[in-house]
Design a protein around this ligand. Structure first.
Ligand code: GLY
Length: 613
């Protein structure tokens, strides 16, 4: 078996630093979405004439573009890019996790006057049969919902991607899986984003030495036993073999037969080590549950355009629809045009707070707790929120809703695609935090998710990610944890996709995706600037306005940086890293030809680049 080409001599400086710090510091949370000090100023965006794919790794974007070059559609491209991300971004997403895909395709066979195909595919993980509401409250171990088998929900990615491919794609399994298999066999180079996540995960393995044997594959092969370094090559023949089996036999290679049996055995053995009683965590029945739901997307309008969003258990769709509704009501476009940068920023942040307060109170898996979507998006409610946005001041949290707390996380990946026929896909996937639960089914080469932590795991205190949400989001068998993933497609009046966007970064997904969209639709930026622009984040609670380092250099009004203005308006401002990574494809008119071109950008904060033609 091949492992990563890692340096086995003295540990790198970051491990030495971690070892020294570990003696004093409490374990910290993964924060690897934070941008490096210097961001590339080119290479992360490009303009194409026919089709474009923007993933957060160049090999994944190229995999998607390869499908489009073969005559595939946007779904084929997204599926190929996603399977490839499973290999090259093993800390973000993959076949051990789940995701959401929003699709907008021209009618089948291009039947004139037939409606476009607009779907929202939900393959978010499901809590297993062993789950119960107080499972984590009853366990002494604080990290049971984060590390190891008890943190894993039943993965949905393989089922979801193959469902999307078979229902809406055009190519066969072998074709869409080929780039991922190639990447796993030939290997890929460790980049800066990988290193940031590896450093964060290594900290956990240094603090908990038993993890080095308990999660041996992650430690030895994905973290190079703490010695991985920039430029190392990681090969993953184990995942290649599993992907080949999926190419040949379909989802049954994952959810039935010997692989499924070893997944159940591995998860249950680890869950028992973590203190689970006599019940089983994963069962064969769990793997047979329907894992994919295919519904209409949530829709809203913004400045004359139609916006397709992900319905619950995404909280992002409703939140973005609310924020856009408030942006129209508060005339943010006018404020921007008049140069009122600070007022624009303040009123946008106030909108975030109303949306996040609703998220905390109302959002959960609608199969278990009905979500009052109509009420949340009603004109009355948005008019009311809009009337309560005060241009001259911000308020305490109780002004926006019943206090709770929403935290952050670091994994996740987003792919945006527009194909040559006008099809579009926005796809966001995650294994939750970096390297998920760390648990790898023997011989499989991928990390199982730790998505159970997106449930409300403990009612009496915030969980390890400072996340306390409503009881409606407590774990139950077959339930999906609430998510912030926000894949979004914007269509022109004639139904041409003009923008595809989404992000990684926990709750920052919502605010980053919204700002990137507004950067195009209000500020008329090209995708490169829209994605690279510094961002703000407010999630209502904690009542802190995060302003990305460097924001003030670009957003100046009457000589003052925005953070100074925001302090004047009584925001509690904290300067931070970005915490989110956006991928976007936008159609922009090309005045030189009188047609349009596709402007694609993979957020420079994570080192991706788009591909297309
Ligand atoms: N695990 C991150 C999210 O789904 O929001």
């Amino acid at each position: 078996m091949e492992g990563p080409a890692v340096n086995q001599s003295p540990p790198p400086l970051f491990v030495i630093a971690i070892l020294a710090a570990a003696a004093f510091a409490a374990p910290t949370l993964a924060q690897s979405e934070t941008a490096p000090a210097a961001l590339p100023t080119s290479g992360f965006s490009a303009t194409f004439d026919h089709y474009a794919v923007a993933a957060d790794h160049p090999i994944a974007s190229a995999a998607g573009a390869e499908m489009l070059a073969q005559g595939g559609n946007a779904v084929d491209a997204a599926v190929a890019a996603s399977f490839t991300l499973s290999v090259v971004r093993p800390f973000s997403c993959g076949i051990g996790g789940g995701g959401f895909m929003v699709i907008s395709l021209p009618p089948k066979n291009n039947t004139p006057d037939a409606p476009r195909i607009e779907r929202a595919i939900n393959y978010r993980e499901l809590a297993p049969r062993g789950a119960r509401k107080n499972i984590y409250e009853s366990l002494k171990k604080d990290r049971a919902s984060l590390d190891g088998g008890l943190a894993s929900a039943v993965p949905g990615t393989v089922a979801g991607l193959l469902y999307a491919l078979e229902t809406y794609g055009t190519l066969d399994r072998a074709a869409v899986l080929a780039p991922a298999i190639r990447a796993a066999r030939e290997g890929f180079a460790v980049d800066a984003a990988y290193m940031r996540s590896a450093m964060s995960a290594t900290e956990r393995f240094v603090v908990n030495k038993d993890y080095q044997t308990r999660f041996a594959f992650t430690w030895e092969r994905l973290l190079g036993a703490g010695a991985i370094k920039l430029g190392d090559t990681i090969k993953n023949p184990e995942q290649a073999a599993l992907l080949e089996a999926i190419a040949q036999d379909g989802a049954s290679a994952f959810y039935a037969g010997p692989f499924a049996a070893s997944m159940i055995e591995c998860v249950n053995a680890d869950a028992h080590t973590a203190g689970l009683g006599p019940v089983k965590w994963f069962t064969e029945q769990d793997l047979k549950l329907p894992r994919v739901s295919d519904t209409e997307p949530l829709t809203t309008t913004f400045l004359g355009k139609r916006v397709l969003l992900m319905p619950p258990p995404s909280s992002g769709g409703i939140a973005i629809a609310q924020i856009l509704g408030l942006a129209e009501r508060r005339e943010l476009a006018k404020l921007w045009t008049e140069g009122n940068t600070a007022s624009y920023a303040h009123q946008l942040v106030e909108s975030f707070k109303f949306a996040f307060a609703d998220r905390a109170e109302y959002l959960a898996d609608p199969k278990f707790s009905p979500v009052p979507i109509d009420k949340l998006l009603s004109a009355e409610r948005l008019d009311n929120f809009a009337s309560r946005i005060t241009p001259s001041t911000s308020h305490g949290p109780e002004y926006y809703g019943e206090p709770g707390q929403i935290g952050n996380d670091g994994g996740t990946s987003h792919i945006s695609v527009i194909d040559a026929a006008g099809g579009a896909v926005a796809c966001t996937e995650t294994i939750n935090t970096e390297f998920g639960s760390f648990l790898v089914v023997p011989g499989s080469g991928f990390c199982l998710n730790n998505q159970m932590d997106d449930f409300t795991t403990r009612r009496d205190r915030p969980n390890a990610y400072k996340l306390t949400q409503s009881d409606k989001n407590m774990p139950e068998p077959g339930k999906r944890p609430l998510s912030s993933m926000s894949p979004t497609i914007v269509l022109d009046a004639d139904n041409t996709p003009v923008l595809v966007a989404g992000a990684s970064g926990g709750p920052r997904i919502i605010t980053a995706t919204t700002q990137a969209i507004l950067n195009v639709l209000i500020r008329n930026m090209p995708a490169s600037d829209a994605v690279a622009a510094k961002r703000m984040h407010h999630q209502w609670l904690p009542s802190v306005l995060e302003i990305e380092r460097g924001f003030d250099d670009t957003e100046i009004m009457r000589g003052l940086g925005v953070s100074m203005w925001m302090r004047k308006l009584h925001h509690d401002v904290k300067e931070t890293g970005s915490g989110a990574v956006v991928q976007m494809v936008a159609r922009r008119p090309d005045p030189t030809t009188g047609t349009s071109r596709l402007d694609a950008a993979s957020d420079p904060r994570k080192g991706g680049s788009p591909a297309g033609e």
